[in-house]
Design a protein around this ligand. Sequence first.
Ligand SMILES: [Zn+2]
Length: 451
Amino acid sequence: MKKIVATSLFLLNVAVFGQTKQDSIQFAKISTEILNKGKSYTELRDLTKNIGHRLSGSEAYEKAVKWAEQKLRDAGADKVWLQEVLIPIWVRGKESLQIKTPNGKWTNLKMLSLGNSEGTGGKDVSGEIIMVKSMEEYEKLSPEQVKDKIVFFNYPFSQSFIETFRGYGDAAKYRTTAASLTAKKGGKFAIIRSLSSAFDDVPHTGAMRYDSDHKIPAVAIGSTTADELETLLQSRKIMAKLNSSCGMKGEKLSHSVIGEITGKKDKSVIVVGGHLDSWDVGEGAHDDGAGIVQSIEVLRTFKNLGIQNNHTIRVVCFANEENGVKGGLQYGKMVKENNEKHLFAIESDAGGFTPRGISLEMDEEKRKQIQSWAGLFLPYSIYDFHNTYSGTDLYPLHDMGVPTAELVPDSQRYFDIHHTEEDTFDKVNRRELLLGAVAMTQIIYMIDKHW
Ligand SMILES: [Zn+2]
């Protein structure tokens, strides 16, 4: 009996070890291929320098659709198609925010209207600024105190979290709700301190939303500008004046771009993706040009290495993540309608920095299985499998029970530049970007082979 147990354990070990060895050889091939021949970096340069920022609804976004279609064909996709998505059109137009300084002069502040915000219709709207440092402080104000005022939500991005997206998550409600909260108590517009981990005067845009038809503007200022304004407000009353022509301009039909290599064994789908749109400032390099070129790299690597994929590997370049998530919603709707079996989906939408791990939003059994592969990833410095969120575009899939995931890059610099004019190609490092594509290809290789 003892001997039988020992023998079968030995055989089991050989099987596991044999499999692991084979997988680790494939991991090395994937890494060597991408680090030497990967095209992510040159493709990102092309996307950011020749097309630039690409807010959904813009002409640049439509160029990016054609670009992604071509890149997926070049990478060797068996099938490339466009998925129709009805997207909102938001336009920034002209904007300025001024404050009246103690010498009585109006001075411009560096600012950005928040995405989806209504403007002032090109007219000056002015009033006295009142500052609050938190939601709790704002809640204590009466409508009489807020009426006709400009509310300045000066909530600082927490520096305490090691994973900076937690600081972002903590401050996000100020961006999304400042305008509606201000409107409810009769204020004229809202100013927020940017959701920024940096100490500079760079304003960060990003999506906000209204919870009623009373729509007043919301704008963001950079950290040091917010500090200066706070200091001024401590000694005197300060007037602010906003003039902006931003606003929603209806909807239009646009597209997400999809390319795939068909499964050799069955047609169940593994998704890898990013979002093709970006905000209308900077170049959308880290957010999320990086995720797009990395996802295309995964497909190209399967083709170049001749890996026989059991399941269909599908790259999805989602439309409109930034100001509506219409691409992600539409994709989920199609999966449901076609009853397409999805095994797994991963998004890269946290920047093209050095990858550290993979966040897993799935049941415990599946998470444990992936975590059991950690030893294979360790030589590539991928060690962090503890987070349990996934890419925004994948929530509709997650809600249908699909195991979803997100690449976890080092997060220390992302929220310095996120949604700003500073999110440009020169902030991306070639090796860091490619290593992200390596990790994504490796996880997809494992899922394809073992699930
Ligand atoms: Zn993004």
